[in-house]
Design a protein around this ligand. Structure first.
Ligand code: ADP
Ligand code: MG
Ligand code: MG
Length: 919
């Protein structure tokens, strides 16, 4: 049988048996085509038509002409449509008109726009007038065809058509298109035909088949147009999908007051409320509703105007929603009292609506809980937890005319600040003047990053969702709008302008990175409260249930068989409480050194560091002990029942000392001025600090190395931990302390330090006459530790991957330098797929982790494994942690909800799949 290139809307079964799945049908017929075919099958009124397949498009791209047999099939399909509509293409007595609509598998901006009214010619126009008795409608439709055909198919600039129309209206003294009479539109149709002739050197085709052929070809060609290709690159849509062409019998909403057209969502796309949401216009055609030229009516008003149509519409859309189990976004047209559906697709929605719709649909029994969890994205959760504009304040701002521009919503969140037009000024105003700053640029480059980081938000007039500004802003979680192309930025005069509205440098603006809108002035923002977002909490609880299922990971004994737990990095009790309220099941990293920096403690710490003898040092440490004990006490109390990992002191000691240069200046000044008081102490301090100087402190005396050089510090810390844990136990709080030794490189380090610390732990428990379980373990952040994990696990009862340092040391990058100097270029040049400090490098760092876990568990089957680097809150990295057998991920409290959802997603994605070969 010859290859089938064309499917009538009622041939969906054939498409299904050819492709073998619904997904295959969507790929073959595109989203729009498969929707039209599916609706036709369900008995929904769809104007007769057909789809030319994406395969034909791909063949066209390869051959640069229609594949053999395709055009013949298209003509045959057209004849079928003629039969069903009892009209004839090109026949003035009963003309058939069609629309030509592109439609790829995924909805994709950049593809060819729709051309309506194909089939109108000088001759058929006359016929249509006889038929309808409405010359104004016919000439309006005709000039629309010539204009759409001219711009979309023939590639003539819009202005070439806009200008003659404008001039004509001016001459006649008209303001609105509605003032145009039949004669006027006839004149315009002629003028537009003249434009085609002038621009292209040939006449607007009077052969309807030629119109159809050229339109089909134009859709195919648009697949490889620059806009479409750019979009696919940016969104990773493969090039070989191709687009389909849909030819649909025209139905007219502009045939009088018993006609109309509209668009609607089956649920509110902004709040998620279960209520039809949409607009319609009587006596109007397609684009009029979206174009906003006339005031539309809310869909519920249709019930008064056309009750039967309204009820039929409600029935159909309810059926569609049930069928697709998804909120639908539909287009419809009413022609002389008869309803026609022109499109259905899954509706786009806000984060808030996404969560509510998912929960509602699960509760309605339309989808499962698992499906509901899968429908919410980590980005949705992120958006819901970012500060947002107060909706009412935003509406009020809109009303008062504060709206300025709209661009691409590149990085979510609301930002309010004063506009500055270059990176240096932005940074200076933010740092020196402590101002809230929005950095505004036409576009950004790598040497603008410092200004972006210092800003509350970023706005550019050029570039898309993957431009430099967008990528960097997302990377640093800064709200960002890019490509607000209506804005003209004048860097000389330091102003930006949209249609005469001017914002001077330094004036306040509000940028909504979630929606892409920009306003003049300050709009009130609100910090979202998770406890008030009931639906989000429901989704997250379902996510936890999924992760807690035994067997979602198939693994040998000892390895985790449930999904990942989510813990949090928290240094203070208040962070721990927040983490817990966000659903953390433990503390994966408490950095104890933060506790040393507090004003009352720092002098004691410095004394301790400068101590000349072990006794002197111990004395200072004894002063610190009560402080630390109190810190830990609060943490254990906040995390009652959950494990708390406390990392022993990690940074090099010079971080706790005054700045060497500054101190040197002070000493010199005092000497010059002859000031004696306090000089000697300062001089001694300076000598001590100089002695501590290291050329690369981050790779010097720190972590476990420091503990071996000065064990008194960690001995005090362990005593504080266990005294606090004992006290809490006596207060009936369930404690699970885990002591983490940082920066281990060889097991010998652990052999040296760990037994001393364990002795202290035992002593304290004996002193206090209590017992509780505890663990000693280590951070894996030096490649050597990962490689020798089998040895390390002899002492360490748990591993926690410190992937910030592990990434630095595996790549040999210093993070700050890399991010400042070359990472953006590396990602742009595709030397690295992503910033490895943001998303775990699976091939390098990730494999080290996998090796460490496998080797570690060979020594110690019950080894507890987690991650405490920033990657712990990144969905892609979380997936890797699931696959290699982590017990948990630990991240910042704010990212805990995102991580919980991401953990459930990966658990569902790989449910029941083995994570390591059973031995
Ligand atoms: P888009 O993908 O931009 O929505 P569409 O192909 O859906 O483009 O069409 C644009 C507009 O034209 C829509 O309002 C649609 O309803 C209308 N339209 C398309 N085909 C027809 C038709 N055969 N009859 C009436 N209106 C149509
Ligand atoms: Mg559409
Ligand atoms: Mg580290």
């Amino acid at each position: 049988m010859a290859k089938k290139w064309v499917y009538l809307f009622d041939e969906v079964a054939a498409a299904e048996s050819y492709t073998g799945s619904w997904d295959g049908v969507r790929a073959l017929l595109g989203g729009k085509g498969s929707g039209l075919a599916d609706m036709t099958r369900a008995g929904v009124p769809v104007p007769p038509g057909f789809t030319v397949t994406t395969e034909a498009c791909n063949q066209f791209s390869a051959l640069d002409k229609f594949p053999a047999g395709m055009w013949k099939q298209e003509l045959a399909a057209l004849q079928e449509v003629e039969k069903r509509t009892r009209k004839k293409f090109g026949d003035p007595t009963k003309p058939l008109l069609v629309s030509c609509r592109s439609g790829a598998k995924f909805s994709m901006p950049g593809m060819m726009d729709t051309v309506l009214n194909i089939g109108l010619t000088d001759k058929t126009a006359e016929g249509m007038i006889k038929l309808t008795g409405n010359p104004r409608f016919v000439y309006d439709s005709y000039r629309r065809l010539v204009e759409m055909f001219g711009t979309v198919v023939l590639g003539i600039a819009d202005e070439a058509f806009e200008e003659p129309l404008k001039a004509y209206k001016e001459k006649k003294g008209y303001k609105l298109d509605t003032e145009m009479t039949a004669e006027d539109w006839k004149a315009m149709a002629d003028a537009f035909k003249a434009v085609v002739k002038k621009e292209k050197g040939f006449d607007f085709p009077q052969d309807p088949l030629k119109q159809l052929e050229l339109a089909t070809e134009a859709v195919f060609k648009s697949w490889n147009g620059k806009r479409a290709v750019d979009y696919r690159r940016a969104t990773n849509i493969p090039d070989d999908l191709g687009t389909a062409v849909n030819i649909v019998t025209m139905v007219f909403g502009n045939m009088g007051d018993d006609s109309g057209t509209g668009v609607a969502f089956t649920r509110n796309p902004s709040t998620g409320e279960r209520k039809m949401y949409g607009d319609y216009l009587l006596n109007a055609q397609g684009e009029d509703v979206v174009a906003g030229i006339r005031n539309t009516e809310p869909i519920e008003n249709l019930v008064q105007k056309m009750p039967e149509v309204y009820h039929q519409f409600m029935d159909i859309t309810a059926k569609l929603e049930k069928h697709y189990q998804e909120m639908q976004d539909v287009e419809f047209t009413i022609e002389r009292g008869k309803l026609w559906m022109l499109q259905t697709r899954n509706g786009k929605r806000t984060a808030k609506a996404a969560v509510k719709i998912a929960v509602d649909m699960a509760n309605e029994g339309l989808i499962t809980k698992e499906e509901a969890v899968l429908r919410v994205t980590p980005e949705n959760v992120d958006t819901l937890l970012h500060p947002q504009f107060d909706e009412r304040a935003k509406k009020a701002a809109e009303k008062s005319g504060a709206f300025f521009a709209k661009g691409v919503n590149a990085s979510p969140g609301a930002a309010v600040g004063q506009a500055y037009f270059d990176a240096d000024t932005a940074e200076k105003m933010a740092k020196e003047k402590k101002q809230a700053v929005i950095m505004v640029r036409p576009f950004t480059k790598p040497d603008d990053v410092h200004g972006m980081i210092a800003s509350k938000g970023v706005l550019t007039s050029e570039g898309g969702a993957t431009s430099h500004a967008a990528v960097v802003a997302r990377q640093f979680g800064i709200p960002c709008v890019v490509g607000a192309s209506s804005i003209t930025i004048d860097l000389e005069r330091r102003v930006m302008e949209v249609n005469g509205k001017v914002v001077k440098e330094g004036e306040w603006i509000s940028v909504d990175g979630t929606t892409g809108e920009v306003f003049i002035g300050q709009i009130k923002t609100i910090e979202p409260k998770i406890e008030e977002q009931t639906e989000l909490l429901t989704i997250l609880n379902w996510a936890d249930e999924i992760c807690a299922r035994d067997g979602v990971r198939k693994a040998p004994n000892g390895w985790p068989r449930r999904g990942l737990q989510v813990w949090a990095n928290a240094d203070y009790p208040k962070d721990a409480r927040r983490a817990r309220s966000y659903g953390a099941k433990g503390i994966g990293l408490c950095r104890t050194e933060h506790m040393f920096f507090e004003t009352e403690r720092l002098p004691i710490v410095q004394r301790m560091i400068l101590a000349k003898s072990s006794e002197e040092r111990t004395a200072a440490l004894n002063e610190l002990l009560p402080y630390q004990r109190k810190d830990f006490d609060g943490l254990f109390e906040a995390m009652d029942g959950y494990p708390v990992i406390i990392r022993l002191i990690d940074p090099p000691l010079h971080e706790f000392m005054p700045d060497e240069e500054k101190l040197f200046e002070e000493v010199v000044t005092m000497r010059v001025k002859g000031e004696k008081k306090g000089l000697q102490e300062k001089e001694e301090l300076l000598t001590a600090i100089k002695a501590m100087h290291e050329s690369n402190p981050m790779m010097g005396l720190r972590g476990v190395r420091l503990s071996i050089a000065m064990p008194e510090i960690v001995e005090m810390q362990v005593r504080a931990i266990f005294e606090a844990a004992a006290d809490c136990t006596l207060r009936k709080i369930v404690v699970k302390p885990e002591v983490m030794i940082p920066l281990t490189g060889t097991v010998k380090e652990l052999e040296w330090i760990q037994p001393r610390l364990e002795r202290i732990a035992k002593t304290v428990m004996e002193e206090k006459k209590v017992s509780f379980s505890y663990k000693f373990g280590t951070m894996i952040e030096i490649p050597r530790a990962a490689v020798t994990a089998a040895e390390i696990a002899k002492l360490a009862e748990f591993f926690s991957f410190g992937t910030n340092d592990l990434t630095q040391m595996t790549f040999g990058y210093s993070r700050d330098d890399a991010e400042r100097n070359f990472l953006v270029t590396y990602v742009e040049q595709k030397i690295l797929p992503k910033n490895p400090f943001q998303t775990l490098d699976r091939d390098g760092v990730g494999r080290l982790m996998e090796w460490a876990i496998t080797e570690g568990r060979q020594t110690r089957l019950e080894l507890e494994v987690g991650i405490c680097g920033e990657h712990g809150g990144d969905p892609e990295s979380i997936e890797w942690c699931h696959l290699i057998g982590n017990n948990y991920v630990s991240c910042s409290p704010f990212r805990v909800p995102i991580a919980r959802l991401a953990a459930a997603h990966v658990a569902l994605k790989y449910s029941g799949k083995a994570i390591v070969e059973d031995k």
